[in-house]
Design a protein around this ligand. Structure first.
Ligand code: TTP
Ligand code: MG
Length: 372
């Protein structure tokens, strides 16, 4: 390891609150990532107990003949190789005996609100990361880590009847990986000294932020596991992936991540971003990009309205095909949450990003919120 993690206190007590020391030398935190198991499918099963034990596939209009994709499948269906984003036709081939159900977002949102309300009762420092996952900062809690983890799982079960998986680690990056390690119904506590044994053997794409393109490029360079990535010279990574992404890859593989858990009241910006299926050129693919920019602006405006926030700075972020990030922003004379205003500013910002290389990611951000 090229960084020197703070040694955790010498203790045999697996549950000691002090057991977790953060890599990178900052103070010890206990961060949890909680993610619901096969969420949409589990919600469906909860209201259709007669389906218990059967493979269930949720997607589109719930019609196996339709051309849509699988939204999610329960673990029984996953045994047949069915997974999210798979074309429905293929899922039918793999598991013809499955029960196919349509998506019902209103119900998933309702259950999402229920499980989050149960969690904040126990752990108020919660960052909402979407319909089925949250981060929690448990640092200030006195209870042992495992006790807290079990209490959270019990509260979620009590409120919704559903199971979740929790990872608890010194930071968000490791907690997110940990929550996936023992799915479903898992509780994984990861200490700094577990990095080499539990994290480094995993494929690089297990790191949230290393997508299919980056992991493909890493594989072509002979880097497959997180451990192999951790052993790469930072300068070499920068030469292949650009200054910011290259340096981040090095930190991430070494388990370093100082991002705070941001509750809604202390959120400093709201953003939406999307990674394209194929790279888009800022000039030649302008129409597709303009459409995405408009969609992202609409989504951010909706998020602002939902959180009752108005911001004054609108920004655009792009990542090019060499993984270099560029951002441009614009401060407006007045606070806004209006879609048309955000979109116009986003287009102005986009016109100022470098136009010479293809892009693989586009994002729109609103910050500088009105106080009160
Ligand atoms: P995930 O947490 O990725 O998946 P999951 O909860 O179904 O399964 P698990 O966490 O146990 O692996 O996503 C949460 C929900 O988001 C999922 O139930 C359906 C939805 N979703 C999509 O709509 N499209 C997708 O590509 C993915 C991955 C999920
Ligand atoms: Mg989930």
């Amino acid at each position: 390891m090229s960084t020197t993690p703070l040694s955790p206190p010498d203790t045999d007590d697996d549950d000691a609150a002090t057991e977790i020391a953060a890599p990178g030398g900052d103070f010890a935190r206990r961060i949890a990532h909680l993610d619901m198991d096969a969420f949409y499918a589990s919600v469906e099963l909860a209201r259709r107990p007669e389906l218990a034990g059967l493979p269930v596939i949720v997607g589109g209009r719930g019609d196996p003949e339709s051309r849509g994709v699988v939204t999610t499948a329960n673990y029984e269906a996953r045994k047949f190789g069915v997974h999210s984003a798979m074309p429905m036709a293929k899922a039918v081939r793999l598991c013809p005996q499955a029960v196919f159900l349509p998506v019902d977002f209103a119900e998933y949102r309702r259950v999402s609100r229920l499980f989050k309300a149960a969690i904040v009762e126990i752990a108020p420092v919660m960052e909402d990361r979407g319909i089925d996952e949250v981060y929690l900062d448990l640092t200030e809690h006195e209870e042992p880590t495992r006790v807290l983890g079990l209490a959270l799982k019990a509260a979620v079960k009590e409120a919704t009847g559903l199971t979740c998986s929790i990872g608890i680690a010194p930071n968000k990056l490791l907690a997110k990986i940990a929550s996936d390690l023992e799915k479903p119904n898992g509780l994984t506590i990861l200490r700094t000294q577990d990095l080499a044994t539990r994290i480094w053997p995993l494929p690089a794409r297990k790191i949230n932020g290393i997508g299919p393109k980056a992991s493909e490029k890493l594989a072509a360079l002979g880097v497959n596991t997180i451990g192999e990535l951790a052993a790469c010279e930072p300068g070499w990574l920068v030469s292949h992936f650009g200054k910011s992404y290259g340096a981040w890859l090095h930190r991430a593989a070494n388990g370093i991540d100082a991002r705070p858990v941001e509750t809604e009241s202390e959120r400093k910006s709201l953003s939406r971003e999307t990674t394209f299926a194929t790279d888009l050129h800022p000039v030649r693919d302008w129409q597709a990009l303009a459409r995405l920019l408009a969609e992202l602006s609409r989504d951010v405006a909706a998020d602002l309205a939902k959180h009752k926030l108005r911001g004054r700075t609108i920004g655009v972020k792009v990542r090019n095909d060499q993984f270099a990030i560029a951002t441009r922003d614009l401060s407006l004379p007045e606070f806004t949450d209006r879609e048309a205003v955000i979109r116009k500013a986003a287009f102005e910002c986009f016109a100022r990003v470098p136009q010479n290389r293809k892009l693989r990611l586009l994002g729109v951000r609103v910050s500088n919120f009105e106080q009160g």
